[in-house]
Design a protein around this ligand. Structure first.
Ligand code: IZC
Ligand code: ZN
Length: 443
């Protein structure tokens, strides 16, 4: 068997299947394996609970996982002339690539200038109402060129990839006008095509009422529904839409109207719900059959029950709860006990969570949300895939799924959550191709 460190990077990658569709298992069996990786701890994340640990091997080819089996690799596969690359990762654990189901990836600038206000206990919504916060980032994003936005977001994606994330949701919402919203969504689309990470776009024009519509939310909503949303759909620039349903931003009634219009145009629905002020956002998400309801710090008991009943994934963002400095976290335990599917995401954005690294979020999920390592790692893989309607292609290591695998220098999966501050990622495979080695991007 070859050693991990002396393998050459496979460059001749060409997917044998259309990776965007659900795999046909007969076709999967017909694909020639390219690589087989042996590990004592493959956390497949398959099954209803647990890690689905396998002491065995995973075979990949054509960008897909072809087999996950226990025991030693069959000798025929290790033959020198079989053409199958054999990787000894017995001192590594393997997990599916993380799926980050909530980010505000594309934006210009940063907001460290707000730290003094935060430390003086000026609330987030007050900074926003004074024209700071999101509005400050909107000003800079409108001024930025497409290339500048692309370069900054690509750098963030590199950090994500090097920390084990292979699929990312990216919201617009720092342009608000037509030109800048389209510019940001085009950047996300270009990154999806050029960067190893899969980028899934969400239109979040309803992130704030822009200054040119100040005091005229009605006119801004009409502009979004009549002009921007149809254009975004027509150009195929976003699969989902989202609304920041919050006191002083968009009311539940306005959110309902926007989501209803979006649903009619074919958007999948997401919602910033009950983050700061309780507005029955969780109930609204359930009523609208949203794919996910995100934040949920102020969700009611009825709202939580409704999420469970209607199968809406709760996307919890504990890095943001920490950064808001209110001491409040979502009631994850109640959600889990109520049968809600819980995902955990970064909320990477310049205001309330300037952090691309999902590993850093794990410690807040554990100590703040009081989720177990297993719940957190499921929340960043299989459950996060559900929050993006990608459970058929990513989030678990199973035959037919994308070969998005992360090899960690760690003794077991619990350790990943328990230990923080350093990066145990060794190798990342994205669609079967090595894109990170020794924790650094290779291509
Ligand atoms: O830039 O403040 N909550 N949107 C809703 C954000 C945080 C991002 C920001
Ligand atoms: Zn957000």
């Amino acid at each position: 068997m070859a050693n991990l460190s002396d393998r050459s990077v496979r460059q001749d990658y060409s997917p044998a299947l259309d990776l965007s569709t659900e795999p046909d298992q007969r076709m999967v069996r017909a694909i020639r394996p390219e690589t087989v990786i042996r590990s004592h701890r493959i956390a497949t994340m398959s099954g209803e609970t647990g890690y689905g640990l396998v002491d065995g091997w995973v075979a990949i080819g054509g960008g897909r996982v072809l087999a996950v089996e226990s025991g030693e690799v069959p000798t025929s596969w290790c033959d020198l002339d079989s053409g199958v690359e054999s990787v000894d990762a017995r001192d590594r654990i393997i997990l599916p690539g993380f799926v980050d189901a909530h980010t505000h990836l594309v934006h210009a600038g940063s907001r460290e200038n707000e730290l003094a206000m935060k430390l003086a206990d000026v609330p987030y919504l007050e900074i926003l109402a004074k024209g700071g916060g999101i509005h400050g980032t909107v000003r800079l994003t409108r001024e930025a060129t497409k290339e500048e936005l692309y370069r900054k977001a690509a750098k963030s994606l590199d950090v994500m990839l090097e920390h084990g994330t292979t699929t990312v949701e990216a919201k617009s919402g720092y342009g608000l006008d037509l030109v800048t919203e389209i510019k940001c969504l085009e950047v996300a689309r270009d990154l999806d095509r050029t960067h190893p990470i899969d980028v899934i776009s969400t239109y979040l024009g309803a992130h704030a009422v822009p200054k040119e519509y100040n005091g005229n939310t009605r006119a801004y909503m009409d502009f979004m529904m009549k002009t921007v949303m149809p254009f975004v759909r027509q150009e195929g620039l976003a699969e989902f839409m989202d609304v920041f349903c919050e006191a002083g931003v968009f009311s539940p009634e306005e959110t309902f109207e926007l989501l209803q219009a979006g649903h009619g145009m074919g958007f999948g629905l997401k919602l910033h719900a009950d983050e700061i002020v309780p507005l029955q956002g969780a109930e609204l998400a359930a009523r609208m059959n949203a794919v996910s309801a995100d934040h949920l710090l102020a969700a009611s008991d009825e709202g939580i029950a409704a999420l469970a009943e209607f199968g809406v994934t709760a996307v919890l963002l504990p890095g943001t709860s920490f950064y808001l400095m209110t001491g409040k976290f979502a009631r994850a335990r109640r959600m889990l006990e109520s049968g809600v599917r819980v995902a955990v995401a970064s909320d990477y954005n310049p205001g309330t969570c300037p952090c691309e690294n999902l590993q850093a979020i794990q410690v807040f999920a554990c100590m703040g949300l009081r989720m177990t390592p297993e719940e957190i790692l499921r929340g960043m893989t299989v459950n996060a895939a559900h929050a993006l309607r990608r459970a058929d292609s990513v989030g678990t290591i199973e035959p037919g799924k994308k070969a998005d695998l992360v090899l960690y220098d760690a003794p077991n999966p619990d350790w990943l959550v328990y230990h923080f501050g350093s990066n145990p990622v060794d190798v990342v495979y994205k669609s079967g191709r090595v894109v990170v080695r020794n924790g650094r991007r290779t291509t």
